[in-house]
Design a protein around this ligand. Structure first.
Ligand code: PMV
Length: 332
């Protein structure tokens, strides 16, 4: 790229939901390595769109996130740009414009789709030629779950041995097992304790943390086998167990953390009642109050209607599974 030229690219990435959860970082690792592996599904009906322009005329980075210039997410975005620039060996500043087409505060990790889209757009704008695996590792450094949004469908992120960087790999295409997801939105407010702080507190203070890490490889193997066999009941069993174990660790930190609200627990009971009555559905909950119900194709509408009746559920979102992060054509 010649000195005076500006370079631009736009990428789209979609949020993902972990069925076997990531919670905890390897202490003293400079690259945000997870202490446990995870398995996720990438959602198809919600997306982040990010346009990056590297411009020699810029004296500093400028970020417009969901229409807001220099808002709350800007500092983290600028730090991410700094890291990616270093990796690419480029000194130019950039203008970043990023929009989610889903509501922030809906409990969908917008950092996952946001950083996956950023890495993909930076790669395309600078012509660095990073492989999908490399983009996944770079996205993971920015936010652990973002590594998984580089790929579509069912995605695996295994933990690595010391000194090696982890990157996600695709496990099964979305079309091969088109599960559906219903998000029951319980709380619209931002979470009180971010995942980095929550993970660190859990690692340092929960007596259950070693058991969580110690049982994670077995959970991941069980989840992987269930996906490859398209065994919904087996996936339900390991996903609900992984979710509850993660929250047990979170709740037993000192001081304890509780991400749930009352309606979260009511949703959990409703999902189990539905399953007992024959609906193929299971739940998972992340570091927030929203409950995500995962079901076999054709059941999302009924599950959404049942969850929408619960007092405290503001609204529901429904999504199928989708594709990995990709560049899109610039608007003419
Ligand atoms: O990527 P982070 O740092 O926002 O952590 C994500 C943690 C969970 O969403 C709770 C679990 C997961 O595996 O996505």
């Amino acid at each position: 790229m010649s000195a005076g030229e500006s370079r631009t690219a736009t990428a789209v990435a979609q949020p993902n939901i972990a069925l076997v959860k990531y919670w905890g970082k390897r202490p003293d690792d400079p690259h945000n390595e997870p202490a446990v592996g995870s398995l996720s599904i990438t959602l198809g009906d919600l997306a982040t769109r990010t346009r990056v322009t590297f411009d020699p005329a810029l004296e500093r980075d400028a970020c417009v996130l969901n229409g807001e210039q220099d808002g709350p997410g800007s500092a983290r975005m600028v730090a991410a740009l700094e890291a990616l620039r270093r990796e690419a060996g480029v000194a130019l500043h950039a203008h970043v414009e990023s929009e989610n087409d889903f509501p922030t505060g809906a409990g969908l990790a917008s950092s996952a789709s946001g950083f996956a889209a950023l890495v993909t757009a930076v790669d395309a704008a600078l012509g660095t030629g990073w492989s999908p695996g490399r983009r996944s590792a770079l996205a993971r450094r920015l936010s652990g779950s973002a590594a998984r949004s580089i790929f579509g469908g069912f995605v695996l992120l295994e933990r690595t041995t010391e000194g090696r960087e982890s990157e996600a790999v695709p496990l099964l295409d979305a079309g091969a097992w088109p599960l559906e997801v219903v998000v029951a939105v319980v709380s619209e407010g931002p979470k009180t304790t971010g995942s980095t702080e929550g993970m660190e507190r859990s690692r340092r203070t929960s007596a259950y943390y070693p058991a969580w890490v110690g049982s994670s490889d077995a959970d991941l193997a069980e989840g992987r086998a269930a996906v490859l066999a398209r065994d919904f009941e087996a996936l339900a069993a390991v996903a609900e167990s992984s979710c509850m174990k993660m929250h047990a660790v979170i709740m037993t930190a000192r001081p304890p953390l509780v991400y749930w609200r009352g309606a979260t627990v009511e949703c959990l009971h409703r999902v189990r009642e539905l399953r007992a009555a024959g609906t193929p559905v299971f739940f998972t909950i992340d570091a927030g109050a929203q409950l995500k119900a995962v079901c076999l194709p054709g059941h999302a509408e009924g599950v959404a209607a049942a969850l929408a009746e619960i007092p405290g559920v503001g609204r529901t979102l429904v999504s199928g599974l989708g594709a990995g992060a990709r560049t899109v054509a610039e608007p003419a």
